[in-house]
Design a protein around this ligand. Structure first.
Ligand code: AGP
Length: 582
């Protein structure tokens, strides 16, 4: 997803902007650019592709000035090329803007500008913002920005420069943006992670606010009423932004799971939002949806409370049935996923809402009671510790609901949860899927199967393999394969079967035999010995948390498979860490 950086202070802006863009790379991008105010003129430089291309171009140009903005673009409207890269200049060059989000009414705004004699240089929705600010400018930049934001529909985090003023402007509506005050000046960025090497003190803009930053940050609402905001001091450890000797952030974060799970187990509060509820809606995107799906199986099977698991982008547009005593829990590592926020907004006011998020004070926590995971900053685009700590919170929710019912199984569940860090440690120490990864890496497709919570684990495992090794991995409920897909099974077809549930084991073993008889190569992930498979990834037995353990095992399998295929594991092509647009 797009990344924004901005700076104003006493130091030269150029290098600080590049450093900030470097720390935003993990969000995913396909072009980049910076603009610096140099003696009343806005100088802009942009480049297609990786940040090194921009740095190479910078070496050919002198870029001085102590106020600037920068951007890494993840293309939504317009090709990923230099023309569409940000920053975008207004017609006269008086304003430069960087944008994260989508302007939904940009076509009508384009038409209005063209009718007033403007011509657009790029294919982006963002460029209209720069022209609109100039159109509304009569010497007061903040006022011109305010007039402009009133015209925009959609989501936008903006960094803005004005040639006439030594000031940095920031605007936030739905998309993420923070203000950080360092020793050498004041920064804006899409997330705190990008600034932790400069400061731990942040002013967190709310949606519908803007700021004018000089040697201080003045915050206003969209009617230009001043807003007072407490400084938030982030505890994040700078070291999280370092690989500590691991080859990839993803591998580091896989191995951080025992401590991340332990922190999450020890840090939970009263969970009072669970009192007096009817049914539960769990919503999320991608891996967060897979956590929601597993949460459905876990909570329903233990507590008898109805749980609906929905993909957020589907939930928000299918006119969902929400009852007043329902509880909606949005699950999101970043707390910034546009579809998940959109789905949350559908439920707001209709039922109780909560969110399971990893990033402190992220947008979702402004609209729902947070139940944090304590995974620490997750840099790799493919989530691992973010996912398993979401599952921990879902197990804790099941335990709290059991406790509310006076069900004694809560003790057994809590005892098993207290040993979860050690169980995960055991998986990390005993599972070594390198040989299997080598075999799997030779294929361009793979099938994952499982039943019940193992089906959710299989879906997450398939996504992990897909997103970092580019192998087309599909997932099916184990009982579903024979209803069509089994026609694709041929000699050597790789099938990964997750079988951790004793009650369903014999059924899954039958499904393994079905595909085996058609030539499949079956890798089972199970605490049980399964003769029918070709290879077994053995995990520890656990009554409740075995699907989580299986997910850790397949994280390692996917990681090593991607390694064999020389893929860019931490920043897979086309992917972004946080999808802040629909
Ligand atoms: C997970 O590996 C993916 N990177 C992606 O599916 C992610 O889970 C999804 O985009 C949701 O992100 P969130 O948890 O930050 O809302």
């Amino acid at each position: 997803m797009c990344g924004i950086i901005g700076y104003i202070g006493k130091s030269q802006a150029k290098d600080l902007l590049i450093d900030g863009l470097r720390r935003l790379e993990y969000r995913g991008y396909d072009s980049s650019g910076i603009a610096v105010r140099d003696n009343g003129e806005l100088c802009v430089l942009k480049a297609k592709g990786k940040l090194d291309n921009l740095i190479g171009k910078l070496e050919e140009r002198s870029f001085s000035g102590t106020c600037g903005i920068g951007h890494t673009r993840w293309a939504t409207h317009g090709a990923p090329d230099e023309l569409n890269a940000h920053p975008h200049l207004s017609r006269s060059g008086k304003f430069a803007i960087v944008h994260n989000g989508i302007i939904e009414n940009y076509k009508e705004l384009c038409d209005m500008l063209i009718s007033q004699g403007y011509s657009l240089r790029s294919e982006t929705d963002s460029e209209v913002i720069a022209h609109l600010i100039e159109l509304g400018y009569d010497g007061d930049a903040l006022k011109a920005i305010q007039k402009t934001v009133k015209l925009l529909k959609g989501s936008f985090a903006l960094g803005i420069l004005c040639a006439d003023e030594n000031a940095l402007f920031a605007v936030k509506k739905d998309s993420p943006l923070v203000i950080g005050s360092g020793e050498d000046g004041i920064y804006i960025a899409s997330d705190m992670q990008a600034l932790l090497s400069k400061t731990h003190e942040f002013l967190l803009l709310e949606s519908g606010e803007m700021a004018k930053i000089t040697d201080k940050a003045e915050i206003f609402d969209f009617d230009l009423r001043p807003v007072k905001r407490q400084v938030y001091v982030a505890e994040n450890d700078k070291s999280d932004a370092d690989k500590h000797g691991y080859a990839h952030f993803m591998l580091k974060e896989i191995y951080e799971q025992p401590e991340a799970i332990e922190r999450t187990l020890l840090s939970q509060g009263e969970l009072s939002f669970l009192d007096g509820i009817g049914s539960i809606h769990l919503i999320g995107c991608g891996s967060a949806y897979h956590a929601a799906l597993m949460g459905k199986y876990i909570i329903e099977s233990l507590t008898g409370i109805r749980v609906h698991a929905d993909i957020a982008s589907e939930f928000r547009y299918r006119n969902p049935i929400i009852k007043p005593d329902d509880l909606l829990i949005a699950i999101s590592q970043s707390g910034e996923t546009a579809d998940t926020i959109g789905a949350m907004n559908i439920a707001a006011g209709k039922c109780k809402t909560a969110c399971i998020v990893n990033v402190p004070l992220s947008s979702l926590t402004h609209v729902a009671e947070p139940m944090y995971t304590y995974a620490g900053p997750e840099i790799a685009v493919a989530t691992t510790k973010g996912f398993t700590t979401q599952l921990v919170n879902l197990y804790l929710i099941a335990a709290k609901l059991l406790s509310n019912k006076g069900d004694s199984r809560v003790n057994e569940l809590m005892t098993e949860l207290s040993s979860l860090p050690l169980l995960v440690e055991n998986v990390l120490k005993t599972v070594s899927p390198v040989k299997l990864a080598f075999l799997l890496a030779q294929n361009d497709y793979a099938f994952f199967i499982g039943r019940g919570a193992d089906y959710a684990a299989a879906k997450e495992s398939a996504l992990k393999l897909k997103e970092i090794s580019y192998i087309h991995a599909d997932c099916y409920p184990a009982g579903e394969l024979k209803h069509g897909t089994i026609s694709l099974i041929q000699k050597g077809s790789p099938v990964i079967a997750i079988a951790t549930d004793k009650q369903l084991l014999s059924k899954t073993v039958s499904n393994i035999a079905e595909v085996k008889s058609r030539g499949a190569f079956v890798i089972a992930v199970s605490p049980f010995d399964i003769d029918a498979c070709d290879a077994l990834i053995k995990i520890p037995y656990a009554k409740y948390v075995a699907p989580l353990l299986a997910s850790v095992a397949t994280q390692l399998l996917s990681y090593h498979t991607a390694l064999v295929r020389h893929c860019e594991i931490d920043k897979p092509r086309n992917l972004a860490k946080s999808v802040t647009v629909e």
